[in-house]
Write a protein that binds this ligand. Structure first.
Ligand code: SF4
Ligand code: MG
Length: 315
């Protein structure tokens, strides 16, 4: 609630003022148990920073984070350790997130050793359970990450994330580094595991065609702000914000039904620098339907009767 993460930029030479990068700027949302809640936007929109704050890997500048109604930002010691078990992460790059010097077995044993939850024999059982859970088998355990394909490595990354029976997994671009043909397999695996283990996902991605397949609800971010939030159907069939419309127009059409409904809005120009976001609507410089008031007045998030949330003066 009201989450902000600001970074101080370089000091200016003869002045006191510093530039501030508002990576995440006052965003609020709620994630329901068992759902896949996706955060989408171009790179630099603040989606990974949001994920890192939720994981408590970085501290937000201000705002509140609650997990199971508990204030996650004040957790210490034992409670923090419990929180670290309950919330896990799958990173984008299965090439760099696995230690190349460790066998798969030792990678999968590590969470248990850190959290001291099981005896040695029990850990062995758990490691076998994990590797099978992600569609691999025990013959993989004594090999090293470089011996595997990208898809297999991401399966190992997923197995590691599952080790401590988490409730919530932050998936940060989990298939972006993979070949398109492998992406679908990993997405299907994530969906099966969600069903089987009653997992909740926060799914961070710039790729709307992936998001469409996995999400229950979607939030669209632009320059650190939420511009639109809704169910998957609302976002994909009836996007309201000019930025969401433009993002959708830029993805290849797999489903011809969508082609007719889709308005071809093309985003022109570059993403403005988050160092100096415009005073009014952040999308102003690229918006094809901008109006006079958009330049100076920031559109606050409004909740429409269908619960869709939108930050745009058109609504
Ligand atoms: Fe475009 Fe104005 Fe809406 Fe911003 S507030 S998206 S500039 S119409
Ligand atoms: Mg990122």
């Amino acid at each position: 609630r009201g989450l902000k993460k600001y970074y101080e930029g370089e000091k200016l030479l003869f002045g006191k003022s510093k530039s501030v990068v508002k990576a995440v700027d006052n965003i609020s949302f709620q994630v329901q148990r068992g759902e896949t809640f996706s955060i989408v936007g171009e790179s630099g929109c603040g989606k990974s920073t949001t994920g890192m704050c939720l994981l408590r890997l970085i501290d937000p500048t201000s705002g509140e984070i609650y997990f199971n109604r508990e204030d996650a930002l004040t957790l210490k010691n034992k409670e923090l350790k419990g929180f670290r078990k309950d919330i896990q992460v799958i990173f984008q790059d299965p090439y760099s997130s696995l230690n190349p010097k460790h066998t798969v077995r030792s990678i999968l044993r590590e969470p248990y050793l850190i959290h001291k939850t099981f005896s040695n024999t029990e850990i062995d059982d758990q490691v076998h359970r994990l590797i099978e859970l992600v569609g691999l088998d025990s013959s993989y355990l004594d090999r090293y990450p470089h011996e595997f394909s990208g898809g297999q490595r991401q399966r190992i990354g997923i197995a590691r994330a599952l080790a401590l029976n988490p409730q919530l997994i932050v998936c940060d671009e989990p298939v972006s580094a993979l070949d398109v043909s492998i992406q679908a397999q990993i997405i299907n695996l994530l969906k099966e595991l969600q069903q089987q283990l009653n997992l909740t996902y926060i799914f961070i991605s710039h790729d709307l065609s992936v998001v469409e397949h996995i999400s229950n609800r979607v939030v669209v971010m632009y320059l650190g702000k939420i511009v639109e939030m809704g169910t998957r159907d609302q976002i994909f069939n009836d996007p309201k914000h000019p930025y969401t419309q433009a993002l959708l127009a830029s993805i290849p059409i797999a489903n011809p039904e969508h082609a007719e409904k889709k308005q071809r809005v093309i985003i022109k120009g570059d993403l403005p620098s988050p160092k100096n976001p415009p005073k009014g609507c952040h999308f102003y410089s690229r918006c094809p339907v901008k109006m006079e008031q958009c330049k100076d007045v920031y559109p606050e998030v409004k909740i429409l009767p269908n619960q869709q949330q939108i930050a745009c003066h058109l609504y």
